[in-house]
Design a protein around this ligand. Structure first.
Ligand SMILES: Nc1ncnc2c1ncn2[C@@H]1O[C@H](COP(=O)(O)OP(=O)(O)OP(=O)(O)O)[C@@H](O)[C@H]1O
Length: 581
């Protein structure tokens, strides 16, 4: 497991090996200088003790200043390079996640919360960035610091050096314990923050409901409760943070005191010089930062490990709906638009009752077919199978006689324009929403389809007409306007097969019928539309009547109202409703 994660980590780093090598060399130089400068100070002290002159003092001062400045520049570069790798890796992983998510089928997103996916693509990737930036820098730096500093210290006096760094393991453990606590408390703060923002978001969108039910006081109390929890979590985090740094400082003073206590005696015995002693103090101090950092690194490594698993588990999900190895190409110009189902079954994963149960039909090119039936009978499921939004078995659905699972997905979807039940619009202009399927289409084409969808006159009344922004920072469209904009978007791609899944439910009967009449008379498209509006459905060339996953009747409106059966009773019910409304 650990090996696998290290391999993955290495895999993230490999594309940026040049930066990594540059960073490692820079850290080596920094640490070598970090050891050399104290030794230079030692030599200067000892030298000045034997023969003092201001000339010499200046020479040493200038040399040390130059070396320190050079070290500072190289240290900056090492940080820029190594933290830069972290940022690059963050960029790469985010690209890969988004690219991979685009290959997955809609059902994946129905079963995975978007909040969780966003968290993985942000917080978890952030943890990995820290791991490859901060942790790599800290580990390499700590190794170099100890490997170069310890021999220099031991060369001066081994027992005194060991005594001075004796408290460092305690420092390491303290930092690790604290950073563990810091991590838990940070998570708590994040959780409380997201709880509170969820409540604000929900209350802002449900404000009308709060007022109608006079729940302001309850909502205020709910907010206060969450706000108090956030305050508590924030205070806890602040306490841990303020405690940790004095502890590190005290431990480093203890090591200094040990040096002073034992060092003074050794100097008087003539075992080491004053210069040696000063160098030892500086060298011991040099190890404080890398040691403390190592403690943080261990925690950030643990956190990064969990994040690597969470991110990699996204990549392990294979797209279920993809091109078969020998899939055929079917250019859209060649598609006539005949859709055939032969013994089509579909059962949703995790359920036992088939949502589609032995469906058989042929819809001919240019035909307009309405699919009607009670709520939950399988109409949308059937509509979703045709463009392969659901993973159906081969040999059950055909477009122009070709098994749809064998047609290249890109070709299949280019041949089918689909307007789903939920008419989703992007937060951009109306024009861009309409030409989403072909962003280069010109205004006359956009207007043409808007007219076909009976939305053009309303768009002209919007503040910036086709340039009006929709959604978050733009205007809010009515349900019917959204549906007709989505329809215009589907019409623009000019596919031979058009599927409307209850896509005109918020449009009045008269307009819906007008739109459908236009569609069936123009262009020879095959139109399959699902509708609860029976008066609109009645205008179709043929109707498929569904009940509990099966097609129970098929025929023209005139034929079906003559036959006793589901359609006749639905129609009678519809007529009664018409009389009473
Ligand atoms: N993702 C899913 N997972 C499991 N079952 C589902 C899923 N989507 C739909 N179903 C079930 O499949 C059946 C058919 O649903 P479908 O949405 O196709 O019905 P519908 O006829 O389009 O309904 P409506 O008229 O309300 O739109 C229903 O029993 C529904 O509960």
């Amino acid at each position: 497991m650990v090996n696998r994660r290290l391999k993955l980590l290495w895999g993230y780093l490999v594309p940026h090996w040049r930066l990594l090598v540059a960073g490692i060399v820079a850290l080596l130089i920094v640490n070598a200088l970090g050891v050399y400068i104290p030794l230079l100070i030692r030599d200067s002290i000892d030298d000045l003790q034997t023969a003092f002159s201001f000339d010499k003092v200046w020479r040493y001062v200038i040399l040390i200043l130059l070396l320190s400045s050079f070290m500072w520049v190289i240290r900056m570069l090492s940080r820029i390079w190594i933290f830069g790798i972290g940022r690059q890796v963050e960029f790469d992983i985010k690209q890969r996640i988004f690219q991979h998510l685009l290959t997955l089928e809609p059902s994946y997103f129905a079963t995975h919360s978007s909040g969780d996916l966003i968290n993985r693509a942000t917080s978890d990737v952030d943890n990995i960035r820290r791991l490859v930036g901060f942790a790599v820098l800290s580990i390499i730096n700590t190794i170099f610091a100890y490997v170069l500093t310890l021999p220099a210290m031991f060369a001066i006096h081994i027992p005194l050096s060991l005594l001075a760094i004796g408290v460092y393991p305690v420092m390491l453990i303290a930092v690790q314990l604290f950073s563990d606590r810091l991590r838990t408390q940070q998570l708590e703060v994040q959780e409380e923050l997201s709880n509170i923002s969820e409540l604000i978001q929900e209350d802002m969108s449900g404000m009308a409901l709060i007022k109608i039910y006079a729940q302001e006081e309850n909502e205020r109390r709910a907010f206060q409760f969450l706000n108090q929890r956030l305050l508590k979590a924030n205070l806890g985090l602040a306490r841990t943070r303020t405690l940790l740094f004095p502890i590190i400082e005290s431990l480093s003073y203890i090591s200094l005191l040990i040096l002073l206590a034992f060092g003074a005696r050794i100097i008087t015995q003539g075992v080491i010089t004053i210069g040696d002693f000063v160098a030892l103090i500086i060298l011991v101090e040099r190890l404080v930062f890398p040691t403390a950092l190592l403690g943080f690194t261990i925690t950030s490594y643990q956190r990064g490990e969990v994040s690597i698993d969470r991110v990699e588990s996204i990549f392990q999900v294979d797209p279920k709906i993809k091109d078969y190895p020998n899939s055929i190409s079917l250019p859209v110009q060649q598609v006539k638009g005949e859709v055939t189902a032969r013994n089509l079954f579909y059962t949703y994963p995790g359920t036992t009752t088939p949502a589609l149960n032995n469906i058989n039909f042929t819809i001919y090119p240019g035909e307009t077919v309405a699919i009607v039936g009670p709520i939950g009978c399988g109409k949308s499921t059937l509509a979703n199978t045709i463009p392969r939004l659901l993973d159906i078995q081969e040999g059950q659905l055909f477009l122009d006689g070709h098994d749809i699972t064998k047609i290249r997905l890109g070709d299949l979807r280019a041949a089918i324009a689909y307007v789903p039940q939920d008419s989703f619009l992007f937060s951009t202009t109306i024009r861009n929403n309409i030409r989403y399927g072909d962003p280069l289409e010109e205004q006359p084409e956009v207007e043409y389809v808007a007219k076909q969808a009976q939305i053009h006159p309303e768009i002209l009344n919007f503040p910036q007409q086709y340039d009006t922004l929709v959604g978050e920072r733009g205007i809010t469209l009515s349900g019917g306007q959204r549906q007709r904009t989505s329809l215009a978007r589907a019409l623009l791609v000019d596919a031979p097969v058009l599927i409307l899944d209850d896509a005109l439910s918020s449009v009045d009967n008269q307009t819906a019928t007008l739109i459908l009449n236009n569609l069936s008379t123009e262009g020879g498209k095959t139109v399959i539309f699902i509708s609860h509006q029976l008066s609109a459905a009645a205008t179709a060339d043929r109707l498929l009547v569904m009940d509990r996953g099966k097609i129970v009747q098929m025929g023209t409106h005139q034929e079906l109202i003559q036959q006793p059966g589901l359609y006749q009773s639905l129609w009678q019910q519809h007529q009664l409703e018409e009389v009473f409304t």
